[in-house]
Design a binder for this molecule. Sequence first.
Ligand SMILES: [Zn+2]
Length: 312
Amino acid sequence: MASRLPTRRRFLGSAAAGAAALGLGASIGGRATAATGDIAAAPVADGLVLFTGAGGNVLVAEAPDSLLMIDSGVEEKAEALMRAIADRFGGRPVATLFNTHWHLDHTGGNALAAAQGAQILAQDNTRGWMGNAFYVAWQERHYPAREPAARPTASFDRTGEMDFGGRQILYGHLPRAHTDGDLYVRFPDADVVAVGDVVSPGAYPVLDYSTGGWSGEMIDSLAMLLETSGPDTVFVAGAGQPVGRAAVQAQHDMMVEVQARMVQLMRQGKGPADMMAEGMTADFDADWGDPSLYLYNAYQGIYGHFRDMRFA
Ligand SMILES: [Zn+2]
């Protein structure tokens, strides 16, 4: 017990082995979709269709001559996904593909979409991860650099805007939340915003501290999304069904409270195993599920950012 920082395996035990086994796709993005299920399509608003069953959620916007796509699912489902999109929209090409972050369940179809002519746009940090090899400690997994065809063709730092067939599209960075390269894409005409895995309806969010995510700035991102959205804004997360602002507020409030409790216990010298043993999140677990990975990753992130935090 030389270190207060537990290894992931020691803390999570067999649950960790299960999570690591899932590594490649679904686990890192939240809830899994059925591996054998078909791709399903459901309208979210006028000219906006949500495709599920390809890994992470894929949102497609239509213009008269082309399509705009947000995330591209897992590689194994890429052909089925692109076929389903072509069928739905009469073969209109995907002109632009946004990646909400680097995770493989959101970028696995990149190379195929690019081969069909899509330009891939991401936040600078996401483009950086995808061009390099790195290690994700909490998954105990090495990721090689992605093949050049799968990498973003353009990136941005903070915010951007585009005209897409007469529709205004606003996008921007959600810094250091789920990863350090998360982005949102807003469709003001439809009052819809795609937010990737920063919003995690009904499940503790994943804080991928190995690539820069942590609870303090996920809380900030959620607050920003709430401030810049209206009473009827629809949020399309990286997994699950679209939700309203109440779900985003609930996640924000849960995270603020859990982080406050965690900081208090950390100042007493306690670690995530103690927090689990004390049932620190017991009153939230019925709504948010198994807290073990969330507590472990939140702890790592707070530990790394302790000096950034202001205490009352
Ligand atoms: Zn993710």
